[in-house]
Design a protein around this ligand. Sequence first.
Ligand SMILES: C=C(O[C@@H]1C=C(C(=O)O)C=C[C@H]1O)C(=O)O
Length: 409
Amino acid sequence: MSVALGSTRPLVVRTTPVDDPGDLFTRLPETAPYAWTRHGEGLVGWGEAVRVAVPPGPRRFDWARDRLSAMFAEALVEDDVVAPGSGPVAFGSFTFDPESPGSVLVVPRTILARRDGRAWLTTVGEQRLGTVTPLRDPGRIRYGDGSLTAPEWEHAVARAVRRIRSGLLEKTVLARDLTATAERPIDVRLLLSRLARRYPECYTFSCSGLVGATPELLVRRTGETVESLVLAGTIPRGTDRADDMARGTALFDSEKDRYEHTCAVESVREALGPLCSELKIPEVPELLVLSNVQHLASPVTGRLSAGASVLDVVAAMHPTAAVGGTPTEAALEVIRELEGMDRAGYAGPVGWIDARGDGEWGIALRCAQIEGVNARLFAGCGIMGDSDPASELAEAQAKLRVMQYALEG
Ligand SMILES: C=C(O[C@@H]1C=C(C(=O)O)C=C[C@H]1O)C(=O)O
């Protein structure tokens, strides 16, 4: 049963150290698993002690922060670990568009965590034993077009390019969706295990049916320290080592991709600058090589000047130019007009926050919304004035393969 917020009963929260649980996903029951992990470390949760539907609107992050602060402040907490992610934790997913419904915060009944050689278990309220059943295969997967067919989407890219060339904006990001139907209900735990194995560099997440493995860390807050990984500029992997390296070099040398990356970095600088007393952004990006694609990547670190929580930082950063565009408002208008779909949680912030205001939030990329036998997969690309619709389609397909693999194995 979920407790409505504003109810009079405070949460009773207990965190205790536990022996190393090993693979976190093997501890998850099938129903409604929550997860945020990378390289085998992170948090998984199950059961719902509290579920909060965040109302759409421009102040949704503030609203969410205030609701959580009130709930966490009155919680009765015994925390024998005291680390980021111990004590009460809410997982959350916010829609890309502030006006879209579907943003949600959930405090799981049980959270199991593993980080830096420590492990702990947090329980909220009375416990019911979650039975761990074997992973279930969803059977054959049938795919269908989402809101646009591939040629229609290429056409949308061409229109966006024309807008950019006319000088209305510098960059936008266009995404497409794909539907998938399985023979049997999709077991989210199976998707998580496959994603974590194939994409260990990425953050494997699950929150209220939104499941994926994103390489893009929007923000991690640990006390005063904030970190972010800005990605923009992509090329598919090569067919062998030499081809791979040649493609990596081409990406690094591509003026289009470097400029696209600069737009994303500058949007992060603008958002984080006012919140930080110190901000370090490398002058030259690195190459992040994943199983399916290679990205230009800039790791950013900063020191928060005032006591902003991780959600305050998320509010300031979303949407970065990596998933929106430059300038933001013009880019969002183009997205609304040309994509022809509601992005829902795709490209929105997904992650967790604790009662100290620490937490980790990613941009929900390489993901799908799962419901029973149905999945809706998403992927998008940064569009510049010299983008080629066919190459952008190939890039989107390469990104979609992450979730196709998760579904099919
Ligand atoms: C929009 C997506 O990815 C974003 C766009 C990128 C690009 O266009 O080069 C690279 C990484 C992400 O910031 C996606 O994966 O759906």
